[in-house]
Design a protein around this ligand. Sequence first.
Ligand code: NAG
Ligand code: NAG
Ligand code: NAG
Ligand code: NAG
Length: 354
Amino acid sequence: MNERLILLVAVGICYATLRTSAWSVNNFLMTGPKAYLTYTTSVALGAQSGIDECKFQFAWERWNCPESALQISTHNRLRSATRETSFIHAISSAGVMYTITKNCSMGDFENCSCDESNNGKTGGHGWIWGGCSDNVEFGERISKLFVDGLEKGKDARALMNLHNNKAGRLAVRATMKRTCKCHGISGSCSIQTCWLQLADFREMGDYLKAKYNQALKMEMDKRRIRAGNSAESRWAPAEAFYPSAESELIFLEESPDYCIRNSSLGVYGTEGRECLQSGRNMSQRERRNCGRLCMDCGLRVEERTTEAVSSCNCKFQWCCTVRCDQCWQVVTKYYCTHAPGSSRARAKGSSSAS
Ligand SMILES: *[C@@H]1O[C@H](CO)[C@@H](O)[C@H](O)[C@H]1NC(C)=O
Ligand SMILES: *[C@@H]1O[C@H](CO)[C@@H](O)[C@H](O)[C@H]1NC(C)=O
Ligand SMILES: *[C@@H]1O[C@H](CO)[C@@H](O)[C@H](O)[C@H]1NC(C)=O
Ligand SMILES: *[C@@H]1O[C@H](CO)[C@@H](O)[C@H](O)[C@H]1NC(C)=O
């Protein structure tokens, strides 16, 4: 294996699996099943696409999926088991499954292809199975092998990570869609052929973000959580507590206060962050964005204007050029800044996990 590939995988997997040091990633790759080396680049790409989606989903939250959250947890001492950790695991595991599944449908691998096992069978009234259904089973198997394979422990955190990895993979399945094509005399659509297709990755990200918002906290003995890798900290699967929790995200510890910088926890705080000021077409939650990021954290909202140049009044000229004017535009942005002279008195009733 060349170094670049190892690095790529190290980046992907390191981010994907919070508890793994670069050393053990390399170690894993070297000792992992040789037959599966074909998939490592795609696995790394998949994990990275999960992390990119995490950054998108949390761009305007107090916790915004920072690199530190992904790196700090590689030190076993500081592995966190928060709601945010659960999201990172789920989205990374889903990203790997998603990418591998797409690769299969594109014919990128010899060992897998579309799932055509139902083709020709009647699916429902007026439609039969046909075409290329995405082969999620294969993607699921590879994701399990690579992502779950990095959880060596048997402690509560390891089990929590495994659970959330699985919830991520279930999200890929849950968001799949039936897509159909019409047949019949002159497009009468009297009969359709249908296949199952992965949703857009964004849609899957939205789905997991909703799961994050309703994640379940597992109540445990605090000392056992702290004990970390100790073999003593046995733990029953979440399903033992919540019978239908299989597809839910679970966490063990409350989130720290993401308002305030705490470098030992890898928390940056919201000072200096850009926030969204109320706009007409924003959701209720977005409208409160500067409130949540700045004011509720004891910070002030500062308005900064800059001039930006852009192309405008573009006209198509026969044939074949496009002429544009250069327009100056005033761009206003808002940032959280330290209120001068004021102590950082915190507004009451704000949730630290938001
Ligand atoms: C790919 O298929 C071959 C032949 O069926 C099999 O021997 C091999 O183990 C498979 N590899 C993987 C990674 O599934
Ligand atoms: C798998 O798909 C990704 C894009 O989705 C692509 O970049 C990558 O090259 C594919 N892997 C293989 C082995 O073709
Ligand atoms: C950072 O967090 C740790 C653990 O919660 C806490 O003990 C410490 O006081 C915090 N440090 C600061 C500067 O807030
Ligand atoms: C509405 O939303 C779009 C897309 O997010 C954005 O480009 C546009 O500027 C928004 N309009 C207003 C009035 O805020």
